[in-house]
Design a protein around this ligand. Structure first.
Ligand SMILES: NC(=O)c1ccc[n+]([C@@H]2O[C@H](COP(=O)([O-])OP(=O)(O)OC[C@H]3O[C@@H](n4cnc5c(N)ncnc54)[C@H](OP(=O)(O)O)[C@@H]3O)[C@@H](O)[C@H]2O)c1
Length: 205
C-alpha cells in the first residue's frame, strides 16, 4: 500500500522504515523534501521517498500524521482532497492542541474529507516503533476511533510494524482516554525515570 507520512521525525521516520521493510511504499510529505534529514531517511531505507506535503497524499491508502498537533490545521488545508484515504493520527495533544480543537482526530474529521480518521501509534515511545521486540515478546499497540475500516487498517499496519496484539479503546469518545494513556507512558518513562526502553503489554486470562 502507498502510505503518505507527514512528519518525518522520531515517529514518522521510525514507522516509514518499518513499513517499507514490510513492503509498503512510504512517501514522506515534508516542508523541505530536500533537507539533510529527509535525504538521510530516504537513503537509509529502500521503499521510502519524499515530496511536498500537498503531493504525498495522492493515491495513498493511508496518511500517517506525526507532527506537532498545532501544525494540523495548516496540514489539513494543504492536503486538500483526501477522500480516498484513511488518516492515522499519531499526534498527542497533551501539551499543545490544534487551534480550535481538542485533538488531532477531531481536527482532521472537521477539516478534511478523509474516509475516516483513527488514533494510533500515539501511546508508546518512538524507540518502540523502531523496535517493538523485547526478548521475543512484542509490545502491544492501542487505537481509538469510530470507523471499523480505519481501525482494521491501523491494526494491520501496527502488526506490519512488528507490534503484538492491537487493543481497541473504543470510538471517538475514547480519544481523550487514549491520549491520557500516552501520558501514562510519558510519565513512567520520562518523569518517573523508568527509561524509554519500556512498553505496555496486556496480560489476559
Ligand atoms: N516522540 C515520541 O516518542 C512520540 C510517541 C508517540 C507520539 N508522538 C507524537 O507524534 C508527534 C511527532 O512527534 P516526534 O517526536 O516524531 O516529533 P519530531 O521528531 O519533532 O518530528 C516532527 C516532524 O513534524 C514535521 N512538521 C512540523 N510541522 C510541520 C508542518 N506544518 N507540515 C509538515 N511537517 C511538519 C517536522 O518537519 P520539519 O523538519 O519540517 O520541521 C518533523 O519531521 C507529536 O504529536 C507527538 O506528540 C511522539
Amino acid at each position: 500500500m502507498k502510505i503518505a507520512i507527514i512528519g518525518h521525525g522520531n515517529v514518522g521516520g521510525a514507522l516509514a522504515k518499518r513499513w517499507a521493510q514490510a513492503g509498503h511504499l512510504c512517501v514522506i510529505g515534508a516542508r523541505d523534501p530536500k533537507s539533510d534529514k529527509v535525504i538521510d531517511l530516504i537513503q537509509g531505507a529502500n521503499g521510502v521517498s519524499a515530496t511536498e506535503v500537498k503531493h504525498c497524499v495522492r493515491g495513498a491508502g493511508a496518511i500517517l500524521v506525526a507532527t506537532p498537533p498545532d501544525a494540523i490545521p495548516g496540514i489539513a488545508e494543504e492536503i486538500g482532497d483526501v477522500s480516498n484515504s484513511i488518516i492515522i493520527d499519531a499526534t498527542n495533544s497533551v501539551f499543545k492542541k490544534p487551534e480550535g480543537y481538542d485533538n488531532g482526530l477531531e481536527a482532521f474529521k472537521a477539516l478534511t474529507n478523509a474516509k475516516s480518521v483513527v488514533k494510533c501509534f500515539n501511546t508508546t515511545g518512538f524507540e518502540n516503533m523502531e523496535n517493538p521486540d523485547y526478548d521475543g515478546e512484542k509490545a502491544d499497540m492501542f487505537l481509538a476511533g469510530g470507523n471499523k475500516e480505519a481501525k482494521a487498517l491501523a491494526e494491520q499496519l501496527a502488526k506490519d510494524a512488528g507490534f503484538g496484539e492491537v487493543y481497541d479503546f473504543g470510538g471517538d469518545d475514547k480519544v481523550a482516554l487514549i491520549e491520557s494513556f500516552a501520558m501514562a507512558w510519558i510519565n513512567l518513562a520520562i518523569m518517573q525515570k523508568y527509561g524509554r526502553g519500556m512498553a505496555f503489554k496486556v496480560l489476559r486470562r
